[in-house]
Every structure is written in C-alpha cells, then in structure tokens.
Design a protein around this ligand. Structure first.
Ligand code: ACO
Length: 328
C-alpha cells in the first residue's frame, strides 16, 4: 500500500496591501460594513506588471524549497486558476518555462474556481498513485483584481490576489498523506458567480466592454447558503468515510470567502472556531489560492504537527465543491 504525501507548501502575496479604508475612498462603503459582513480588513493586490503566472511561480519556488526539491524533479504541473495569463495557452506552460520544469512534464490548467486547489490535489493524488508520475507541483494562483469591477461595492470589497502551491510525491509509508479526497459540482448554479462575456458564448466586443460583461457577477446571498450546506456535507462525509469523528480533526482549512460562512459551518458541525485556520482578514477571497495560502500560514505558525489530521473544505463558482483529508 502506497500513499501520497504533501512534501512541501509555499505561498506568495503581492506587496501592495489595500485596506478597507482605501476602498471606502473609491466606492460607498466602510471598514465597519466590510468587516462585519465578511471578516475582511485588507487584501493584497498585484502590481500592473504581475500576472497570474508570476504569483504562481513565487508560490511554487517556496513550495519546492520547503520540499527540498527542484523544478527538475517535477513531472506533473497543474495550475488551478480563474484568471489565467492568457485564454490560450495554459498558464501552467508559462510557469513550466519560467520555473525550469523539464519538457517531459505534463502541464495543464484546471478551472474549478475557489475549489481549484482541492480539485488539483485530487487529480495529482490519483496520477501519483498510478505510478505514472513521480512528483506533482500543484498551484492555485489568482489575479482576481483584473476581473473585479472596482466600481461595484457588492463585489470589489471581497476579493484579493495571491498564490499558493504544494509539492506532492508518492511514499511507501502507510497511514500518512492524503487519506481521502472527494469532489462534486452542481452545474445548475453556474449563474451564481460568473463572468458573462469573453468566452465562446458571448465573445468580446465593444458592446460587452461597454456593458462591463467581463467582470465577476455574483449572487452573494444564494452562494452563502449553498456554501454552508455543501461544506457541511463534504466535511461530514469525508470524516465518516474514513472512520473518524469530527473531534479528531485537529485543524480545518476552509475556503476563505466570508468569515460568517465559516462561523455558520462551525456551528453546524459543532466545532469551535479555533479549530479553523482563518486569514481572510488579511487576504480577502483569493479563490483557488485561498486554501494553499492558509495551509502554508498554518504550517508556518506551528498549527499542524506530525500525526495531525487536517481537513480542507472548498466551494466555488460552478458551483464546485470538495474536501481533502490529510494526515501529516
Ligand atoms: N458597503 C456598504 N453597503 C453594501 C456593500 C458595501 N461594500 N455591499 C452591499 N451593500 C449594501 C447592499 O446594497 C444592501 O443594501 P440594501 O439593503 O439597501 O439593498 C445591504 O448592504 C445588504 O446587502 P446584503 O447583500 O444583504 O449583505 P449580506 O449580509 O448578504 O452580505 C455578502 C453580502 C458579504 C456578499 C455575503 O452575501 C457573502 O459573503 N456571500 C458569499 C459570497 C461569496 O462567497 N462569494 C465568493 C464565492 S466563491 C468563488 O468561487 C469566488
């Protein structure tokens, strides 16, 4: 019996920090409204010349260093993103070239929005177990600031930019690494969070630009309710399927979209809030980067120790969702 371990984790946040106070100078809002409704105080925003791949590469370099490995070791590279450098080709290929990942590596992007990192983990986990690949580098990176309408106060206060990465490899050790992984999606809810234009359904035109059709559109209240429902479901199922109880989970790392979503989830699961690692106050919602950013921070803060169980739970546009159970 073999398993797949997370050999290293890393993250990167752009230098520029935008506070709620700064946003309140651009749109009619306040630090009090944003913090009380979402738990967000500030977010990192990438520089004009920083693209998704630049954030991804810095996070990947940190993860490779943490794993004591180099880009030459990687033979599977997955970038989860909703904000790729280009519509074509994959950002993973840009990252491959700049990072020095060898040509025999498989490199591709996945689009699963905020669940992207958990989706990438599941794909890499399965591929490594088959023995077809030896070392996977998975990255969640977003420059959401490019698809946010900065004049729309109902969305612009929620999102931020960043990247997080993990290096995965197969091991003969038993009972460690990825213990369980489960994904799902409900495509009936695609219009809860989407970018209406710029794809093949409504290609870019002067009219779509005029209509601001290239920015995120969101049904906040509906997402909120579904997020709590699906995250509770996947968390319970993952723990039960693996013969554990919720109180055996040392730390939950949820997708960081809104602290009130996590509070509702914690209440429904009967877990105290200190069992969740949160950094949304300083990063906002960074979509596919959110879980690896929080995972990296939790590890560096000593919140994850050998033998611990960590549960990742995600939801995102699509409506996608998923969970991963890890034993360190
Ligand atoms: N500042 C001040 N007032 C605001 C702001 C703002 N930034 N935004 C909205 N308001 C106003 C609204 O216009 C509304 O006014 P009205 O009552 O006069 O109409 C009022 O505040 C209340 O708005 P609600 O929408 O009821 O606020 P709510 O408490 O539902 O919070 C929020 C809104 C924060 C968006 C919440 O619904 C939420 O977090 N939903 C989930 C969003 C989410 O998770 N998105 C990411 C999905 S994951 C992914 O894939 C990226």
């Amino acid at each position: 019996m073999a398993s797949v371990i997370i050999a290293g984790v890393g993250s990167y946040a752009p230098a520029r920090v935008v506070t709620n106070q700064e946003l309140a100078q651009r749109v009619e809002t306040s630090d009090e409204w944003i913090f009380s409704r979402s738990g967000i105080r500030e977010r990192h925003i990438a520089a004009d010349d920083e693209a998704c791949s630049d954030l991804a590469i810095k996070a990947a370099q940190a993860a490779l260093l943490d794993a004591n490995m180099t880009a030459a070791d990687v033979d599977l590279l997955i970038v989860a993103t909703a904000t790729p450098d280009y519509p074509l080709p994959a950002t993973a290929c840009v990252v491959q070239h700049k990072l020095g990942v060898p040509p025999h590596a498989a490199c591709f992007d996945i689009a699963a929005a905020c669940s992207g990192f958990v989706y990438a983990l599941e794909i890499a986990y399965g591929q490594l177990l088959t023995g077809r690949y030896k070392c996977a580098l998975i990255i969640g990176a977003e420059k959401l600031s490019t698809i946010v309408d900065w004049s729309d106060r109902t969305t612009c206060v929620l999102f931020g930019d960043g990247g997080g990465a993990a290096v995965l490899k197969k091991t003969d050790q038993v009972g460690v690494g990825i213990i369980g992984s489960d994904l799902g999606a409900d495509g009936e809810l695609t219009d809860y969070l989407y970018t209406p234009c710029g794809g093949s359904r409504t290609p870019t035109s002067p009219a779509t630009i005029e209509a601001k059709g290239h920015f995120l559109k969101m049904k906040g209240k509906e997402i909120f309710k579904n997020a709590v429902r699906v995250m509770e479901k996947v968390a319970r199922e993952m723990v039960e399927q693996n013969g554990l109880t919720l109180d055996q989970i040392n730390l939950v790392i949820p997708h960081q979209a809104n602290v009130r979503i996590v509070e509702a989830l914690a209440g429904n699961l009967g877990l105290p809030m200190d069992r969740f690692h949160l950094n949304i106050d300083r990063f906002g919602n960074t979509s596919s980067a959110s879980i690896p950013l929080a995972l990296d921070e939790a590890r560096r803060l000593g919140r994850i120790k050998p033998g611990d169980y960590t549960l990742l739970v995600a939801f995102g546009a699509g409506f996608t969702y998923g969970s991963t159970l890890i034993r360190w």
